[in-house]
Design a protein around this ligand. Structure first.
Ligand code: COI
Length: 370
């Protein structure tokens, strides 16, 4: 797949009917997650020409609004789509920063390779964020734990019903002011153990960030909700019921002896940017970090013996969210504690502190957007 050049410059078409200041203020007072969108969107087109040469063109900022697409567009039929999630944080001096965008750019390209979509130069990925946040900077919230959630995505727009990689593609970024992913105040969430469904398999798309993985999690998510749970946990039934990940986030366990354990990246599990950052911050504070196989039996036994003291979910949207209990069809099999664990909350505060500029960014993780 052709890598784009970074030489594109963005044109800008301003929204002539943006939300009023009062409307925006009302939204920012209680943004929730994923319900509201800013006034603009960033777009870059990709096309393969008659000689079979692919290239990106027409980088632009345009008003936020519906996408006109042919009903035969490949994404609508075969789900050729990938996405990313990252956040823009307002610092005390009003400047706006994002967190490890080069990691998201690299993951977008890894997902693109798996879904036979074109790669995008990382500088162009980051420039599209910068352009969008610059024009919509008033939308970046400043409340505790709040940020502007950025959602880059790539879709196959070519109108063709044969099954092959599309020759026309659109890369877009939208932005949505965000508070707590699970709504309301941060509190421990209940997790439902899925036994009937797996999220990923050997050689599948589990480590790609493609819409299909999330669509495939929804039947299990419905089961979770029917049992009063906020997320679903997937296992690998062909590997001793090893814990894989939640419907939309990675999972971690805190051990009494100071170890922090998370399932190893095995080709099925998303390479979470928050996951990688938590591993680094835990190692920095002297914890022993282990990326390895951890089974549902180890969770059950570890909680029963007191060896596992905390469990948490993590992702860009969820930050670090404590797990209160794990429910199964046979009842609650493991409950590391119904409160928010001390280690979980301490790493969460540290990560948010770095992202919002309150704590020094010793790893050079922040990039200024506006
Ligand atoms: C994110 O954490 O950014 C994701 O993409 C996961 C989704 C559940 C919102």
């Amino acid at each position: 797949m052709t890598l784009s050049t970074s030489e594109l410059t963005f044109s800008q078409q301003r929204n002539t009917a943006p939300k009023s200041e009062a409307e925006r203020a009302a939204i920012l007072a209680d943004p929730g997650f994923g319900d509201y969108f800013t006034d603009h969107t960033a777009v870059i087109d990709y096309k393969v020409d008659a000689e079979g040469q692919g290239g990106w063109s027409n980088a632009r900022i345009e008003p936020y609004g519906p996408i006109a697409m042919d009903p035969a567009a490949a994404v609508l039929h075969y789900g050729q789509e990938i996405f990313e999630g990252l956040k823009a944080y307002r610092h005390a001096d009003g400047s706006v920063w994002t967190f490890r965008p080069e990691a998201n750019a690299a993951r977008l390209n890894a997902s693109a390779r798996r879904l036979a979509l074109p790669e995008l130069a990382p500088e162009l990925f980051i420039e599209s964020l910068r352009q969008l946040v610059a024009i919509d900077r008033d939308w970046v919230p400043s409340g505790d734990g709040e940020a502007l959630y950025l959602r880059p995505f790539m879709i196959a727009t070519e109108a063709f019903l044969g099954v092959r990689p599309a020759r026309e593609v659109s890369f877009r970024v939208i932005a949505s002011p965000a508070g707590n992913y699970f709504g309301g105040e941060l509190k421990p969430v209940s997790i439902w153990l899925s036994t009937g469904y797996a999220r990923a398999g050997e050689g599948g798309t589990g480590e790609a960030k493609c819409g299909g993985n999330y669509a495939a999690s929804l039947a299990a998510q419905l089961e979770a909700e029917a049992h009063g749970c906020k997320q679903v946990l997937f296992l690998d039934p062909f590997n001793d019921n090893a814990i894989e990940e939640l419907g939309g986030m990675n999972i971690f366990f805190v051990f009494k002896d100071g170890r922090l354990v998370t399932p190893a990246l095995n080709g099925h599990i998303l390479h979470g940017v928050t996951r990688a950052s938590v591993l680094q911050l835990a190692a920095d504070r002297g914890m022993k970090v282990e990326e390895r196989k951890i089974t549902i039996d180890e969770w059950r036994d570890g909680v029963a013996s007191g060896d596992i003291t905390e469990a948490f979910a993590c992702g860009t949207a969820a930050v670090l969210t404590p797990i209160g209990e794990l429910k199964t069809a046979d009842g609650v099999i493991a409950s590391p504690g119904s409160g928010a664990g001390e280690v979980t909350m301490s790493i969460r505060e540290q990560l948010l502190g770095i992202q919002t500029g309150a704590i020094e960014d010793l790893h050079g993780w922040l990039t200024r957007l506006a």
